[in-house]
Design a binder for this molecule. Structure first.
Ligand code: HDE
Length: 682
């Protein structure tokens, strides 16, 4: 009898993958031998020693022992999803890239969002830059846009990257802190690198504690080039804009979330896709020619600089929708290999010295992570268009190239044989560029203004955002133990903004040191409102969750009504009660989605308290219930309250004010945060 799925002609080439995904009904070894017992190892007698002969046990443990691959040296912790990119405004005049050629054209993408400093098992909400990497599987090959949620970087030259990363990761001798920049070595390094100040300002802003991966902007950071069919080139900066609006957490919330839910961002991304709430971003470009670049007051090759949207507006040319969760975290999220050097005809690099270094680094890192030069054959990395060349063999070659043609050029066709793939005229062609100059280790003069844009960023924020930046510097520097490092940071901050420096010094109870002499005197640039999250707030409940607290005796009709109003505003309601199994309410029974102690209000964007007076009295003596309300208040969230819940509100010290509403107004109130409360709380 033939085993199901066996094909003596084809062998098991196609089946191997299927088996791994559960396609085979029979449990087998990796070499296909059916297994009769997966519970007991082979031993001599029922209480005797295990036998070396047990190839099934040995193979299983051998494989298990090697299940981990080296984690990424940076961006180790990430969450990813599949989706598509759709061109909505074609730009054939600017680029010949096929993905921008036709309105409505959709291509598959795989996106991965990550933190930078922590290991793969670290938490989701530390203060950190977030990676925003997208692999576009175009018909002309894979284009990887490997960006961040902050549009600038700490350093101007790739040679400083290992130093930067060593300084931010756990300290070399003690192995801590994990996933945190608030320690001596990071601040020591950045304070010795004035070029980092612009990015440091972003990292101390709310941008570094995003509310959700679905609510972050993304940036290609470097200036790239678009090249059209005539070979004409245009400079370009790439941007992603979240449809749900850009939103951040407040610091105390992000710190508490690290305890409440390590996987807060990963879970949020997964759940939203699983429930059909697909995250979406607009894709925009800022384009400019060389003459415009020359007129800008900084060098467009310097990755510590932005081009304000008020100077060169964003043109939205596409959108990305993530509509499918990975089938397997390891095979896809862990094994995906992004390479800034993956470009397609129509997109090209510039001489940004950071980008130039990255073009080497990512290819190199894949060999150490994935173990073989054939990493491009792993399904998540393989192009979805045909691909062929004369590269052969190597570890883990999974393809079986046929024929004699493994070199090019060849004339095998003259003998009637398949000559293999040939280069074509329309293939990728580096945009020609004149290069001359002495060979030097030098930084261009045009890279030396380290403070003007840091100042621009700070001054473009609202008062409350500026206060957050002051608190972040104060917090981080209070964790720094070396006094001379704190002082050096303060002396640099004086070049950014005197008020900022003075407030941080005051927060640390330190005297303001002398101003550091800048390489180039900073200038005041025009404020850019586009840099502020609060000025661009999207007031919506979409993608947001309201935590609804109830208990024995709550009015079911009132509860149903709150849930309905939240859902009809596009939000989700998550019910919380002291017990999850089902409580007796006025008008029926109801189960809770989460238990109070495990569902603190940090998990929600707003809360509703739907309680009977007796229950509110009882909960006033329950620490988790009081913290539920206090935290919602101090995290500036809307709190909807029914009459019965007032005792609990009082116990939490919450007085009437903006955002403290009746249940009817909650769905509207919950679309905002109440920044003015911060001043009250000081
Ligand atoms: Fe990366 N970076 N990087 N980086 N980077 C990596 O590549 C590197 C830089 C970014 O989700 C590594 O496959 C150097 C800037 C993201 O898999 C590594 C330099 C930006 C990801 C590497 C930079 C980024 C990485 C580690 C200075 C924003 C995660 C694993 C020249 C524009 C991609 C890997 C993912 C990952 C090197 C600077 C973004 C070691 C040498 C600037 C989003 O190759």
């Amino acid at each position: 009898m033939t085993r199901q799925g066996y094909d003596s002609e084809r062998g098991n080439a196609g089946e191997t993958q299927q088996m791994a995904t559960g396609g085979s009904p029979v449990l087998t070894t990796n070499h296909g031998t059916p297994i009769s017992d997966n519970q007991n190892s082979l031993r001599a007698g029922d209480r005797g020693p295990t036998l070396l002969e047990d190839f099934i046990l040995r193979e299983k443990i051998f494989h298990f022992d090697h299940e981990r691959i080296p984690e990424r040296i940076v961006h180790a912790r990430g969450s990813a999803a599949h989706g598509y990119f759709e061109c909505i405004d074609p730009i054939p005049d600017l680029s010949r890239a096929s993905l921008f050629a036709q309105k409505g054209n959709r291509i598959p993408v795989f996106a991965r969002f990550s933190t930078v400093a922590g290991g793969a098992g670290s938490v989701d909400t530390p203060r950190d830059v977030r990676g925003f990497a997208v692999k576009f599987y175009t018909e002309d090959g894979n284009w990887d846009l490997v960006g961040n949620n902050i549009p600038v970087f700490f350093i101007q030259d790739a040679i400083k990257f290992p130093d930067l990363i060593h300084s931010v990761k756990m300290e070399a001798d003690r192995g801590f802190p994990q996933a945190a920049s608030a320690h001596d070595t990071f601040w020591d390094f950045v304070s010795l690198m004035p070029e980092s100040m612009h990015m440091v300002l972003w990292a101390m802003s709310d941008r570094a504690i995003p509310r959700s991966l679905r609510m972050m902007q993304g940036f290609g950071v470097h200036t790239f080039k678009l090249v059209n069919a005539e070979g004409e080139e245009t400079f370009v900066k790439f941007h992603w804009r979240p449809k749900l609006g850009t939103q951040s957490l407040v610091w105390d919330e992000s710190a508490k979330l690290q305890g409440a839910d390590n996987d807060y961002h990963r879970r949020d991304l997964w759940n939203s896709i699983a429930t059909g709430d697909f995250p979406e971003w607009e894709f925009g470009i800022q384009t400019f020619d060389a003459a415009t670049a020359d007129k800008l007051p900084f060098d467009v090759l310097d990755p510590t600089k932005i081009i304000p949207e008020e100077v060169i507006p964003l043109r939205i040319i596409g959108r990305m929708v993530l509509d499918r969760n990975p089938d397997n975290h390891f095979a896809e999220n862990e094994q995906v290999a992004f390479l800034p050097s993956n470009v397609v005809p129509g997109i090209d690099f510039t001489d940004d010295p950071l980008l130039q270094g990255r073009l080497f680094s990512y290819l190199d890192t894949q060999k150490s992570r994935l173990g073989t030069t054939n990493f491009h054959q792993i399904p998540i990395n393989a192009p979805k268009c045909p691909f062929a060349n004369m590269q052969r063999d190597g570890m883990m070659q999974t393809m079986v190239p046929k024929g004699r043609s493994n070199y090019e050029p060849n004339s095998l066709d003259e003998a009637g044989e398949d000559p293999g793939p040939r280069a074509i005229e329309s293939g990728f062609r580096t945009s020609p560029q004149q290069v001359e100059g002495p060979k030097l280790r030098i930084r261009a003069e045009s890279f030396s203004d380290h403070f003007s844009q840091a100042r621009l960023f700070f001054r473009s924020q609202t008062e409350s955002e500026q206060a957050h930046i002051v608190s972040a510097f104060t917090f981080e520097l209070s964790k720094v133990e070396l006094d001379h490092v704190r002082k050096r940071v303060l002396s640099l901050l004086r070049n950014v903004d005197e008020d900022l420096a003075a407030q941080v010094a005051e927060g640390l109870a330190l005297e303001l040191p002398d101003r550091a002499a800048p390489a180039q005197e900073p200038v005041d640039l025009d404020i850019s409102d586009a840099l502020s999250i609060q000025k661009n707030w999207t007031a919506t409940l979409e993608g947001r969750t309201v935590g609804v607290l109830f208990d024995e005796g709550s009015d079911k009709a009132e509860l149903d009504q709150v849930i309905k109003s939240v859902e009809s505003a596009g939000g989700k309601a998550f019910t919380v009660a002291p017990k999850v199994g089902g409580l007796s309410l006025k008008g029926g029974k109801m189960k809770a989605d989460g238990q109070l102690a495990g569902s603190p209000s940090v998990l929600f964007d707003a809360v509703a308290l739907v309680l009977a007076p007796e229950a509110a009295k009882k909960l006033s003596r329950n620490g988790a219930a009081v913290a539920f309300v206090m935290d919602a208040f101090s995290h500036l969230k809307a709190i909807g309250v029914n009459e019965g819940a007032k005792t609990l509100l009082d116990r939490a010290g919450v007085e009437p004010g903006p955002g403290i509403t009746g249940l009817d107004e909650l769905a509207d109130a919950a679309t905002r945060r109440y920044w003015a409360r911060e001043a009250e709380m000081e």
